[in-house]
Every structure is written in C-alpha cells, then in structure tokens.
Design a protein around this ligand. Structure first.
Ligand code: F6R
Length: 587
C-alpha cells in the first residue's frame, strides 16, 4: 500500500534508478507517483497522476544526481490529484517527504504548524512541515526525531533536506528495507524492488530511524541512541520477480503453482512437529488473516476438524482484537499473511500479545514484520508474489496448514504423501489445453454482471475466495455461499442464465451440494461444475483431479484462471485492479 524507493550512491542516475524501482513497486499503489532530488541547491520535484509505467518521463531526463527518492501512491487521505501525490514538501521547500501509512493526528499537527502552509489534502504533508518547523532550530536528524515524536499512526518515511548529503528513513508499522550495495544504498518498501542490484539487506524495524549517506547508521526513535544492525543475505533471484514470458504476473504466478506447492510442504519435520505440539498444548487456538489469507484460515478450521479432530477458531484479522476477552497466556494465535506486513494482522497480533498469548505466523516474505515479531514463524516459500490478486501464496498456505493438521494427528508422512499427490495433480492441470478450456468457459460468462459460487465443507471458504478473485480482477459482482445457505435467501438472486459455479469434491457432502446445484438449475442458473466427475446438472464441466481432502488446492486453480481470463477479456489489467493494492499497511 504505497511504494517508496530511494537511492544514494556512486551512480549519477539516481532519478532513473528511483523510477525503475517504483515501477517494481507499482503493485503497491498506482494512482499517482512522484520523485524528488536536490538540483543546483534546490529541491526538484516531479509528480504525475496515473501509473508510473505509463508516465511521461521527459522532465527527469538529463538530470544527473547521486541521491533521489520517490513514491507510488494508493490514496487514503485526499483524492487522486497531482498535488496530493508524494513527495510532499515544507513551505520553504527545504524538506521533502515520502510516506507509506496513515498519520492519525494530522488535523492536530496541521493546527500546530499553521494551516496556511498546506497545499494538499493529505495527512503526509504535516510531516514535511513539522520537520521543517523543528529544522529551523535543530540539526536534520534531531528535527526528524522531534517531528516523529509528535506523530500518531503508522508510517514508513524517507526524508530529504536540501543541503544535507544523506537521506533519513524512519518506520513505525509500515515496511522499509535497506539494500546494501557496493558504494550505494537502496531504500524500498520491499526487497524485489532492488534485488537486481543487491541481495544484502538491513531491516529497519519499528521505532527505528536510519541515516543513509556514505555510511548507514541506525538509531532508536524513542531514545535517539545508536543501534547495532546486521546485514542479511536474501536468497531470492531477481528473475523470480519479473514477468518473463507471460503477459501478466497473475498468470505467471498461477503457473508457478506447478512447483510452489511442493516447496511449501518441504519443511523441516522437527519444526512442524514442534508447532503441532504447540497447537495441541494451547488452550484456545485462533486463526486470523485478511482477504484470501483469511479464507485459507477458514479452510484450516475444516482441515483441523476433519483431519486432526481439533477445534480451532477463525476471525478475520480486522475483527480479531474484539476477541481479547477469550485470550490468555495459554492461547495460541496463528496468523496467515503473504506479505507479512498487513496492518490488521499486526493489530490482531498486538491484541494477542497483550494477553500473553503466543503467536505463530505463516508468511511468504522472509524477514517481514509479521515474521519477525511472532514467536514462531514458518515460510511458505512461494517466491515473490507481485500480482495484487493472491494465487500461488493461497495454495501454498493451504498446503502447509493441511500438513500441520496431519502432523497434529501424528501422520506427518501421510500428509506429505497426500499433498505431494495434490501438487503433482496441479502440475498436470496447468497445461495449455486446460488453460484454453477455462478461457472458453470465461468467454461464455464474461458479459454477465453477477456470478455466484457455492461450496460445502472445506470448499465453502474456497467459494468465498473464488468470489474475491472474480470481483477484484474482473469487477463482476461475484458472491460465494455455503451451498446449503442458498435456500435461506440468496436463491432469490438467481434468474435465467445467471452463472453459478459449484465447487465439488468427492467427499461425504458431495450429494448435498449436488442437490443444492440442482436447486439452482431449477431456477434457471447456468451451472459450471468444478469437480472430479461430470454430472448432468452441469452446463459446463471443469474437470479437476480427485485429491481427497486436499481438494481446495485443485479447485482453486480453475477459479484463478477464470478470474484472470475474465479480467483480460473484459479489458482490465489483472495485475493492477482498480482501488486495490498489494500489502495493505493501513487499518
Ligand atoms: C486477494 C488478496 C487480498 C490479500 C489480503 C491479505 O487476492 O490478495 O485479499 O489476501 O490483503 O494480504 P496478506 O496475505 O499479505 O496479509
């Protein structure tokens, strides 16, 4: 949610490097963008509305500087305008700021620094004026510290001060990582943005500030005292964050499920058994996550019940803190997050920690805030996921949670076998013939404005996930339901030709969901069955392999492809759905 990129170092192409870095962060926000650098002793700022990948870069050309910073925006406070784009600057044009997060007390700070100074409607502009205010009497670093002591909310900021040879970065609640090259340093909201230059990173943690110039130094925001930091080498390849032969990241990431599921289950046995033990010992085990990750958590409720005979509770992370009444030191919170930076999940973790409960996180991004601030953390190892719509992360999360359920039952190796079979089935499914077939199904329904998806048992959360995928990529109004709930209201929405997708597994509830599908058909629905076996009720059948309880993994594949093709066929960019951003770092 908003992307920040900064550069300082030996190259004089800092502005171009920042633009390239922002293009890689575009998935975090793509309303507008802007860059700042010092040119001939004054601040140069260029801001434009629209995507940076479609920008007019002529104002940047020929401006050779060694230090620059930039921002790609997902609007929160203030509409999408050139003035509201970052960087924001102080009234005297000496301080420039890029910011990811939300300043909650911006109205109070606006009064403090003087309303007449403001040109934008953003919360961020208060940071620039506040630093400018203190800078009149203090050195750069001290002025930034004094300013952020007055701010409430979440932020990652990078600050430039005309005449100062370094940038200052600070964070509380939003990500910012330093890439350490030879004679150069990068600052970015995520690692893949600078991966082609360096794999050595330094994490800026919450309540820390860094001065980034010829050398890098870290300080505590609270006390101002210097901090010791390590350089960590990241084992990611730059190509894995590129589109390669594919038109879109979304399709590339769907195809990567040919091997990402296997990587997810390739975990250290001892670690999995330890986690299984912690779950067994806990008194009150809660799952939490947002959006797709939340639907995975819901599926885990079924996995734990069916496989491990274990009761767990799910609440979406934005709702979780209200459950604090039930939390105690013996409780365990398991959070699932691709990015490891989702603000609602961090709040859920805070609520659990306040009551002394332990937190286990299942994340994709190594070194993310959620991974680093939980008591135990497992990585799904899906590799960078760039498309806003989560695909490969979801199937990897499902696979790992299913594996843990088997471990709790004392059947870790059986779990691995079941999942290896499911992974190989996914590998077989993702062939050109299958893709063409699903595209054909999407062609058939692409002009409809409503679609409904039903599922039962562990495929009920997958129906909800299917709705998210179709909504965000194609903008079709899609809704998912527990199959048996239709007759209690939603069936009134069905009329002749309404597309309805039925997610079916070869399990004990198969006959029930077939009956519910027949009920839909009787009201005129156009039925798309996703199932191992054909049935006369289906108008169109998408065949998936029979992988038993792992069926959510295979049922999601045609859903993801259908959402992708619906988006493309309706003329949208599936990688950058409107109004959305990857990594939601605001509440
Ligand atoms: C939907 C999607 C979102 C995320 C949600 C949580 O395709 O990607 O619903 O699942 O924003 O994000 P993470 O997993 O990064 O915590």
């Amino acid at each position: 949610m908003c992307g920040i990129f900064g550069y300082i170092g030996k190259r004089d192409t800092a502005l171009e490097l920042v633009i390239e870095g922002l293009k890689k962060l575009e998935y975090r926000g793509y309303d507008s963008w802007g860059v700042a650098a010092e040119l001939n002793g004054s601040l140069f700022i260029e801001k434009q509305v629209g995507k940076i990948s479609e920008a007019d870069l002529s104002p940047i050309k020929g401006k050779n500087v060694h230090m620059a910073m930039g921002h790609t925006r997902w609007a929160t406070h203030g509409g999408v305008t050139q003035i509201n784009a970052h960087p924001h600057f102080s009234w005297d044009k000496k301080i420039a700021v890029v910011h990811n997060g939300i300043i909650e007390n911006y109205e109070e700070v606006r009064e403090f620094v003087g309303k007449e100074k403001f040109v934008s409607q953003t919360d961020t502009e208060v940071i620039a004026h506040l630093i400018g205010h203190f800078r009149q009497t203090m050195p750069f670093k001290e002025a930034v510290l004094a300013a952020i002591h007055k701010l409430k909310g979440r932020y990652a900021i990078v600050v430039m001060n005309v005449g100062e040879p370094h940038l200052i970065a600070a964070r509380r609640g939003s990500p910012l990582i330093l890439g350490i090259g030879k004679g150069e340093t990068f600052l970015a909201s995520d690692i893949p943005a600078f991966l082609e230059y360096t794999q050595d990173v330094m994490y800026l943690d919450d309540n820390e500030l860094a001065t980034v110039g010829e050398s890098v130094a870290f300080f505590s925001i609270e006390t101002g005292a210097p901090l010791e930091k390590r350089v960590v080498n990241i084992d990611w390849k730059a190509e894995s964050a590129e589109k390669g032969e594919y038109d879109h990241f979304m399709l590339k990431e769907i195809m990567e499920q040919k091997d990402s599921i296997l990587r997810a289950i390739n975990q250290n046995d001892e670690e999995i058994l330890e986690i299984a033990e912690a779950i067994k010992k806990s008194r009150g085990c809660f799952f939490s996550g947002c959006g797709t990750a939340g639907k995975v958590c819901m599926a885990a409720e079924y996995f734990f019940s069916i496989i491990a005979n274990r009761h767990v509770n799910f609440a979406p992370a934005s709702e979780f803190p209200i459950y604090h009444h039930f939390l105690r030191p013996e409780s365990l919170l398991i959070v699932v997050s691709q990015s490891g930076e989702t603000a609602d999940v961090l709040e859920a973790m805070e609520a659990a920690k306040k009551k002394g409960a332990k937190v286990l996180s299942i994340v994709n991004v190594a070194g993310s805030t959620i991974a680093r601030t939980s008591d135990y953390s497992l990585q799904i190892k899906a590799g960078p996921e760039k498309a806003v719509a989560s695909t490969k992360a979801a199937t990897s999360q499902l696979a790992l949670l299913l594996l843990i359920a088997y471990a709790i039952r004392g059947d870790l190796q059986e779990g691995r076998r079941v999942l290896a079979e499911a992974a190989s089935a996914v590998n077989d499914m993702l062939n050109p013939r299958f893709l063409t077939y699903v595209k054909g199904v999407a062609e058939n329904i692409k002009n409809h404005e409503n679609a409904y998806i039903i599922g039962k048992a562990e495929n009920y959360p997958m129906a909800l996930e299917a709705a998210i995928k179709i909504q965000e990529v194609s903008y079709i109004h899609a809704e998912g339901f527990a199959a048996g709930e239709l007759k209690h209201g939603p069936i009134a929405l069905i009329s002749k030709g309404t597309p309805c997708i039925s997610l079916i597994a070869n399990d004990e509830v198969k006959q029930d969901i077939i009956s519910n599908t027949i009920e839909l058909k009787a009201r005129g629905a156009h039925i798309i069955g996703i199932s191992p076996e054909n049935h006369e009720v289906f108008d169109q059948w998408i065949r998936v392999p029979d992988v038993g309880v792992a069926s959510p993994l295979v049922n999601l594949i045609p859903i993801q492809l259908m959402a992708y093709y619906l988006g493309v066929l309706r003329g949208h960019n599936p990688d950058m759905p409107r109004n959305l951003a990857k990594s939601v770092t605001v509440k």
